[in-house]
Design a protein. Structure first.
Length: 317
């Protein structure tokens, strides 16, 4: 196990990012994440990057990435470097998995979701709807070795990380304060590579953030539960740990998070006037008040005022 490193920013200062999945156009919830991350970068005189998380190809919609980029630009949310697509960086994820293999901390898993649910039920554990199942360790070997390339790349198995005992991750969220998660009790050995050959979000996002030198991650609170896993991966891969800030979710009338899965409507950005209205709604959700609301206000003027008013302390107030 490598020595864990203390978080420290790279030499070029603040680097943030917005990383949508191109499964459809932006909706109100994703605009809140985009605006919040953009404002935090601008307030701190940093750079804001755009990354398309398109590894799960069956879920991605052709042209959605271009539509998202058009919507962002219409809203005045310009990125500072060339956009990237995860699907173009498969080799970097393979390299990270190979590194974990050499550390002897990953193992193959043939469990299906139903098999995991059945194993948990046999133990008297019922996972509530929409909550992630804690992996029961069905396929975990007593001794974990180094797997050869042929076995490691097999599409017949998933690859999970073997967590050490008593693994509790502490971190400070810039908006929510102190956070703690017992990974063994609340998550279990989590997957890094799926049985269908797709690298998981957990591995890809950690590798990409490290490759791009991301220092600050501003995203929706639905991803708060993923943070401890990602911090642990950063540690074992000897990466720097960014600062985290999680934003309040936009909920529908049923109290559920807006998403493509819940058929969230796309924001209206056909013209600057519509885009400004959407920005104003997102700003109010982020706690921004007393911003210019005149009909003659431009998007640039509103964004400047919003940047000046941005304060992490008011997000959840």
């Amino acid at each position: 196990m490598p020595n864990f490193k203390n978080p420290s920013p790279p030499a070029d200062g603040y680097r943030g990012r917005f990383a949508p999945s191109p499964t459809g156009p932006l909706h109100a919830g994703s605009l809140v994440a985009a605006l919040g991350s953009w404002l935090d970068a601008r307030k701190n005189h940093g750079k804001w990057l755009l990354r398309m998380e398109d590894l799960d190809a069956p879920r991605c919609i052709p042209g959605a990435d271009q539509e998202i980029m058009r919507q962002l630009l219409t809203c005045g949310l310009k990125w500072d470097e060339e956009p990237t697509w995860q699907s173009k960086h498969q080799e970097r994820y393979k390299k990270a998995l190979k590194r974990l293999n050499k550390l002897k901390i990953i193992y193959p898993c043939t469990c299906s979701r139903q098999g995991i649910a059945n194993a948990l039920e046999a133990r008297g554990v019922i996972t509530p709807c929409n909550q992630e199942m804690v992996y029961p360790g069905t396929c975990r070997p007593d001794q974990i070795g180094t797997y050869d390339e042929e076995g490691r790349s097999s599409s017949e198995v998933a690859w999970r990380i073997a967590l050490p005992p008593e693994l509790t991750i502490h971190f400070e969220d810039l908006a929510l304060g102190k956070q703690i998660q017992d990974l063994n009790r609340e998550v279990g050995d989590f997957a890094l590579h799926r049985r269908d050959g797709i690298f998981t979000y957990q591995l890809a996002v950690v590798v990409d953030d490290a490759e791009q030198g991301i220092t600050h991650i501003v995203r929706g609170a639905d991803l708060l539960d993923n943070t401890a896993r990602q911090i642990y991966l950063q540690r074992v891969l000897d990466y720097e740990t960014p600062s985290y800030l999680h934003l309040p979710l936009v909920l529908d009338e049923h109290g559920e998070k807006l998403s493509k899965q819940t058929l969230a409507s796309a924001i209206h950005t056909e013209n600057p006037q519509q885009a400004l209205q959407e920005l104003r709604k997102a700003g109010r959700h982020l706690g921004l008040r007393d911003l210019p609301d005149g009909k003659e206000t431009s998007i640039a003027e509103w964004l400047l005022a919003a940047t000046q008013a941005w304060d992490r302390k008011i997000i959840f107030s």
